[in-house]
Design a protein around this ligand. Sequence first.
Ligand code: BGC
Length: 450
Amino acid sequence: MFKAIVAFSSLFPFVAQATAPLYGQCGGQTYTGDTNCAAGATCVYSNSYYSQCLPAGTGGSSSLTTHSGSTSVPANPTSGSSSAPSSTSTPDAGNPYNGYTVYLSPYYAAEVQQASASITNVGSKSKALSVGNIPTFTWFDVIAKTSDLGTYLADADSLSKSSGKKYLVQIVVYDLPDRDCAALASNGEFSIANGGEANYRMYIDRLVAQIKKYPNVRVVAVIEPDSLANLVTNLNVAKCSGAQTAYKNGVTYAMQQLNAVGVYMYLDAGHAGWLGWPANIDPAAQLFATLYKTAGSPQFVRGLATNVANYNALSAVSPDTSITQGNPNYDEMHYINALAPKLQSQGFPAHFIVDLGRSGQQGIRQQWGDWCNVKGAGFGIRPTTNTGSSLIDSIVWVKPGGECDGTSNNSAVRFDAHCGQSDALQPAPEAGSWFQTYFEQLVNNANPSL
Ligand code: BGC
């Protein structure tokens, strides 16, 4: 964090001497730097660890202008209000997607471009190419990728300037130590036993350092797929119980630091077939609400993301009874409608985004818990804010379709048995790597078609 501030300040040597710069830190436990802000900025409390210089004249100490400069929300993050978000009580704490153009991930666009080049059928090729124009999140799954974020934000910033439109960049924060504790396929680079918590803070700080350089670009982040859901249902797995404290600390740090630079966040909340079961939904709501409040009810934590990298329908025509087995929350809409009031009553007025990127085909799994490269999947409903629910901010595509869920090579270190099941497409490369056959399947089975 300290390094990040220094780097930022050095861009503005004329304001960095006696006062903290715009968007710089100006207070917080253990902070020893300048507590006065440069002219035109006001020091606004964000959480106990962080106060930040924000543009002045947007309502004094009782309101806050986001880093995008387009909205203001009440700046009382410790209140933990349990009242429903509404246009009257929190006028600007609205859907972050409204009024914004979503930036296309160049990383994914390049993957799609390359993949399409090897498709010979003319019809399929043009459908495949069109996927590159559908906004998809960019995953920051290793610290080495964090510098790319600055490139994307700079690009979005210049697109914004040339077009006059406001831009939004979608990212997945995904680098917790002892990651993917109940599976093997996505084990990450940091281990708790080897400084993982400090490394994770450095990873978050690097994201923050990039984001604060581009205050006109809005960032929406999904926070740590699977992590908190694993703490709800998989504490019987030694790696998960061992990771419990590090996951909670890491997610809290991410919430607080990203909040300080105005990143709109959705914590990952598994899916209907995981936390939507009657036995799981109450403990899940309790964990999410507790973490949110402990973090100081950060104002940019907008809610939860569901179905990330999964295959469920938003609203199934009928339950896929062979796998949903009586769960009343047999699709994402039922799950969200059941979860939201439980969060609300515990002080977390959450809104949702839902990943439907690979949800085009239903009835393709042998068990609801099957998650790896499921055969027969197709691209799903396109991203839209026209969601049919006031609880759902946007349908999104989070998992970049065509990137693998996990290797089917049973001698690989990250081989997970789910990726060797008969409903998993094989042979499959390592998680995150490009899986051409899977991409082509998603294109051919897309519903609605491409
Ligand atoms: C992988 C990541 C990858 C992400 C998106 C995860 O399963 O572990 O490396 O970035 O999927 O494809």
